[in-house]
Design a protein around this ligand. Structure first.
Ligand code: NAD
Length: 258
């Protein structure tokens, strides 16, 4: 039985009701976890209001701003966890960013700043958040991040984000190797394409979704809640022997020849 009662879970990456992180937060809540939610703050406070309203039914006991490019906000987030919860059991890393200009056209034209930003937000942030979570995971823990097939195969237009995801998947292995002796497990879910704010920036995403619907063994794409179920499994004792892995939740698309 999947039971996360008594577990404190920090979920990053909710922007709206299409976010994969929203699907994950709902399933962790359903399994009994106590939730902390972060949001990406903007100047007018619009995102704070929008995300606060969305997550209210899940009764998060922590709701904090956390732009991963801001060291102080990361520090405050984990200070709040230490102060209010004392320990952390689950970290969901479900965020990424690359400039729209770098998600279509020629990969060789990726700008230096675009490359740095994509890797900083989408890849380094996992290392940084895991490092901050480590001292708080005093009873072991589970860290789950989100990746995509474009990190292992050249998928049209995914470009710099593919490089970021390759780095993310290797970071999962290095983190799993380091944190395993503390019984902290680190895994990634490689989700099939889903329409979200982030994926809408990738050129030709709708064509990709239709292609998956035609050739994936299940003849469809996956939903945020299906990804959420897999995340809940990876955060629970049911997956206690699994670490350093990339779990494909993609209706089977990965096994097919294109
Ligand atoms: P989304 O737009 O709903 O989520 C992306 C999140 O990243 C947003 O909440 C945004 O606020 C956050 N973010 C961006 N810059 C940030 C920063 N500097 N600091 C903190 N947060 C920041 O889109 P999504 O598709 O749900 O993306 C979630 C994750 O899933 C990403 O890692 C994405 O690459 C991955 N993923 C998505 C798909 C897909 O098809 N949608 C497939 C596989 C993997």
């Amino acid at each position: 039985m999947l039971n996360l009662t008594g577990k404190n879970a920090l979920v990053t990456g909710i922007a709206n009701n299409r976010s994969i992180a929203w699907g994950i937060a709902q399933q962790l809540h359903k399994a009994g976890a106590n939730l902390g939610i972060t949001y990406l703050p903007d100047e007018r406070g619009k995102m704070e209001k929008k995300v606060a309203e969305l997550v209210e039914p899940l009764n998060p006991s922590l709701f904090v701003p956390c732009n991963v490019q801001d060291e102080d906000q990361i520090k405050s987030t984990f200070e709040a966890i230490r102060h209010q919860w004392g320990k952390l059991d689950i970290l969901i890393h479900c965020l990424a960013f690359a400039s729209k200009d770098d998600l279509s056209g020629d990969f060789s034209q990726t700008s230096r700043s675009g490359f740095k930003t994509a890797l900083e937000i989408s890849t380094y942030s996992l290392v940084q958040l895991s490092g901050a979570a480590k001292p708080l995971m005093t009873e072991g823990g589970s860290i789950v991040t989100l990746t995509y097939l474009g990190g292992v195969r050249a998928i049209p237009n995914y470009n710099v984000m593919g490089v970021a995801k390759a780095g993310l998947e290797m970071s999962v292995r290095y983190l799993a190797a380091e944190l395993g002796p503390q019984n902290i497990r680190v895994n990634a879910i490689s989700a099939g394409p889903i329409r979200t704010l982030a994926s809408s920036a990738v050129g030709g995403i709708l064509d990709m979704i239709h292609h998956v619907e035609e050739v994936a063994p299940l003849r469809r794409t996956v939903t945020q809640l299906e990804v959420g179920n897999a995340a809940a499994f990876l955060c629970s004792d049911l997956s206690s022997g699994i670490t350093g892995q990339i779990l494909y939740v993609d209706a089977g698309y990965e096994i097919m020849g294109m």
